[in-house]
Design a protein around this ligand. Structure first.
Ligand code: NAD
Length: 429
């Protein structure tokens, strides 16, 4: 199959590389010339485990190409995946102008049948807007189909998630589109659910909203655990063993972040509002998430009294482990709150340092966890990188001014830390 993937970010680049890996001829397009030039030089613009290897494989097999030329990509492909960003606007709605621009470009360059696939996360009914836009801007008399194929990959395990998905969701209007989509994914041998376009669009938003709800739910339970001296991890284990509930996404922490959950939840609330439904349940999920971040800062305050001129070491800046992505990371709100109270912040992350430098030029970025612990009055764990689980904590302690650890991800065992002489503060336990 000849495929163009437009937008070469976390989703587009992974999708393009994986589609090439399973045998398709793929052209990845991005209007960021610098990114395309890097990719053409074999340099990765993002950190994602295992991605470089399959990109190299696709490029060497001449099945994967990178270009800024959307015209050429559309002309040479039967299927055009749209994987551009849909960032949030002030009012919570996603900005769909990138999607519209790409659809206009596709329409203007179609010279034969094309299947246009929404891969970006978009509000329900975007499919009909895509159809209308193509009809308006397509000059040739050609047939086309629109399909929705939302992406569920997670940063940090994107390649594995794409190649071994729980399910593939395909929303289509015609048999021809259904056949093409199923053919594209046939080599994956994964369960496929075929629906109408609106249902597929809703599946994506409903899934992310449900996962965010699980996280806020357990963070609310964590508050109760603290009040009575229970352990939220044990509670989550017991609850999660029920197959109807499941253990995943029941880890109490500093709240969810990233480019998907916060924006997709807000978008879903707005979509519901526009359709005449006040989705209060999801508004509460958002509120709990904000409160969770504030509670973490409150714990630090509770340990240090005044934060002014206190040295706080932060371990973990990316919104989750195994990625360099800091978009809407909880670390950002937490660090801002600490800085606002006059704390001196020193931070370290295994992969997100370049992004951190752009976001926080004023804080001291360190090249190791030990360096971030130097002279610290408190060390805060914000992202649960494996590297932090394996730290030599005795050495860390010897570097610190006060041996206090505020473990925002519950990665350490309280008894062990206390036996090492730390004051240990966890989340919900
Ligand atoms: P991203 O910002 O990493 O990538 C988007 C890319 O699109 C950028 O490289 C940008 O330069 C490019 N672009 C924008 N306008 C363009 C145009 N007119 N022509 C060509 N390229 C253009 O975003 P992402 O994280 O890959 O997310 C993309 C979409 O997928 C979003 O809707 C997001 O919600 C959704 N999604 C993301 C994830 C995730 O984990 N990041 C998971 C599932 C779904």
């Amino acid at each position: 199959m000849k495929i163009a993937v437009i937008g070469t970010g976390y989703v587009g680049l992974t999708s393009g590389a994986c589609l090439a890996k399973i045998g398709h001829q793929v052209i990845c397009v991005d209007n960021n010339a610098e990114k395309v030039a890097m990719l053409n030089r074999g340099i990765m613009p993002i950190y994602e485990p295992g991605l470089k290897e399959i990109i190299d494989e696709g490029v060497n097999a001449k099945r994967l190409f990178f270009t800024t030329d959307i015209k050429k990509a559309v002309k040479e492909s039967t299927v055009c995946f749209i994987a551009v960003g849909t960032p949030p606007l002030e009012n919570g709605e996603p900005d769909l102008t990138y999607v519209e621009n790409v659809v206009q470009d596709i329409a203007a360059n179609m010279d034969d049948y094309r299947l246009i696939v929404e891969k970006s996360t978009v509000p329900v009914q975007t499919g009909s807007w895509i159809r209308k836009t193509v009809e308006r801007y397509c000059r040739a008399d050609v047939q086309f189909d629109v399909a929705s194929n939302p992406e569920f990959l997670r940063e940090g395990s994107a390649v594995k998630d794409f190649l071994y998905p729980d399910r593939i969701v395909i929303g289509v209007e015609t048999e021809r589109a259904r056949e093409i989509m199923c053919e594209i994914y046939r080599p994956l041998n994964a369960p496929i659910i075929v629906t109408d376009i609106a249902s597929a669009e809703l599946i994506k938003h409903a899934s992310n909203a449900f996962l965010a709800m699980k996280i806020s739910f357990i963070n609310a339970v964590a508050v109760l655990c603290e009040a009575v001296g229970a352990d939220v991890q044990l509670v989550a284990d017991g609850v999660g063993m029920d197959k109807r509930i499941g253990r995943a996404f029941l880890d109490a922490g500093v709240g969810y972040g990233g480019f998907c959950f916060p924006k997709d939840l807000r978008a879903f609330i707005r979509i519901a509002e526009k359709l005449g439904y006040d989705f209060q349940l999801l508004k509460e999920v958002e509120k709990i998430n904000e409160a969770t971040k504030q509670r973490f800062v409150q714990k630090i305050r509770g340990a240090l009294w005044n934060l002014k001129n206190k040295n706080i070491g932060i371990l973990g800046l990316s919104f989750k482990p195994n990625t360099d992505d800091m978009r809407f990371a909880p670390s950002i709100d937490i660090i801002k709150a600490l800085l606002a109270e006059g704390a001196n912040v020193r931070a370290y992350d295994p992969q997100a340092m370049a992004n951190a430098r752009r976001i926080f030029p004023e804080i001291e970025l360190c090249n190791s966890a030990e360096a971030a612990a130097q002279n610290a009055d408190l060390l805060a764990i914000v992202t649960e990188w494996d590297e932090f689980k394996k730290l030599d904590l005795a050495r860390i302690k010897s570097r610190m001014r006060l041996p206090i650890i505020c473990d925002g991800r519950n990665i350490y065992d309280r008894a062990r830390l206390e036996s090492l002489g730390f004051t240990y503060i966890g989340m919900g336990r």
